[in-house]
Design a protein around this ligand. Structure first.
Ligand SMILES: [Zn+2]
Length: 171
């Protein structure tokens, strides 16, 4: 069996390393010269995390959601080429939770499955008044105007009716 050696970021938490049968790693990808570094370092890509040029690698990024299991016996700590400081670990951990745990929403051009008021998940992160839009079944979801200005895609989700309104509708 052939194996390829690549640089990767160890994603398993330090406290879990000793007792885990597998460790999770995310491969380090070298940035293309024309890659949008401003958006990457600005945090506009939900699942991408930058690693600036270092003695052992070029300007790179990882896709936080691209996790591969490896056996600890296949790597040795002697192969470690870099480690990140605590604030960066925390930032990565926050970004990981956001990327893996974020709720799901409809993108532009998807068909509206049911009539109702929708909000955009992407907008919820920002300190702005909440906006709701009524969409009818069968329509196509539009871009979210706010998110489009920062080149994020819309994530429309349906607002459920509170219990009182549901009950009122049944009576
Ligand atoms: Zn939005």
């Amino acid at each position: 069996m052939a194996a390829i050696r690549v640089a990767a970021v160890l994603m398993t938490q330090t406290c879990d390393l000793a007792r885990s049968e597998f460790w999770a790693v995310s491969p380090l990808n070298t940035l293309e010269p024309n890659f949008d570094r401003g958006s990457l370092y600005g945090g506009y890509f939900n699942t991408l995390f930058p690693y600036p040029k270092h003695e052992h690698f070029e300007d790179s990024l990882i896709d936080i959601t691209e996790l591969h299991p490896i056996r600890p016996s296949n790597v040795s700590l002697a192969n470690r080429i870099a480690s990140v400081k605590m604030p960066i670990q925390q930032l990565l951990s926050d970004r990981f939770l956001h990327a893996m745990g974020r709720r799901w929403g409809h993108a532009k051009d998807e068909e509206v499955p049911q009539e109702g008021n929708y909000r955009c998940l992407g907008c919820n992160d920002f300190d702005m008044p909440v906006q709701e839009k009524l969409f009818k079944k069968g329509e196509k979801f539009p871009d979210c105007e706010r998110c489009a200005t920062i080149r994020r895609s819309a994530q429309w989700y349906l607002l459920r009716k509170p219990k009182e309104k549901q009950r009122a509708a049944i009576k």
